[in-house]
Design a binder for this molecule. Structure first.
Ligand SMILES: [Zn+2]
Length: 134
């Protein structure tokens, strides 16, 4: 493999039919996508995480220049557009609509979101009940 090939390109090929979700649901508040695959796997990914992970030329340049360091909060998803049968284009409420998310990349981001949401720090301990146990 040539040295200039990005590791991501090998670890996450752009076309992988098994990574295509069976369903993609935009939640009513437009804050996240709910994905389900034919093997039963389910995951949710936040709009702001998708926006922050945009790989378009503009965002890639901004990332290299250090201008995309801050997380993009409170962004919603305005529109979803299929790109052939291999990816989805997402338009965000901040006006950015250049991002193309191939299925393997979308799955990667969704799985990463699940990890962060199930991390011990992110999940509050069960609140004690006021009354006696039932
Ligand atoms: Zn972008």
């Amino acid at each position: 493999m040539p040295a200039h090939v990005l590791p991501f390109a090998v670890a996450c090929p752009p076309i992988d039919p098994a990574a295509a979700p069976e369903t993609i649901v935009l939640t009513a508040d437009r804050s996240r996508l709910r994905l389900e695959w034919s093997n039963g796997e389910r995951a949710e990914v936040l709009a702001e995480n998708l926006r922050g992970a945009c790989r378009c030329a503009w965002c890639t340049r901004a990332r290299i220049d250090g201008n995309l360091a801050a997380p993009i909060n409170a962004v919603a998803i305005d529109r979803l557009m299929p790109i052939g049968d291999y990816a989805i284009n997402i338009a965000f409420s901040d006006g950015h609509a250049r991002g193309i998310y191939p299925w393997p990349y979308l799955r990667l981001l969704a799985r990463a979101d699940q990890v962060s949401e199930s991390a011990p720090d992110a999940r509050a301990p069960a609140a004690p009940h006021d009354g006696p146990p039932a």
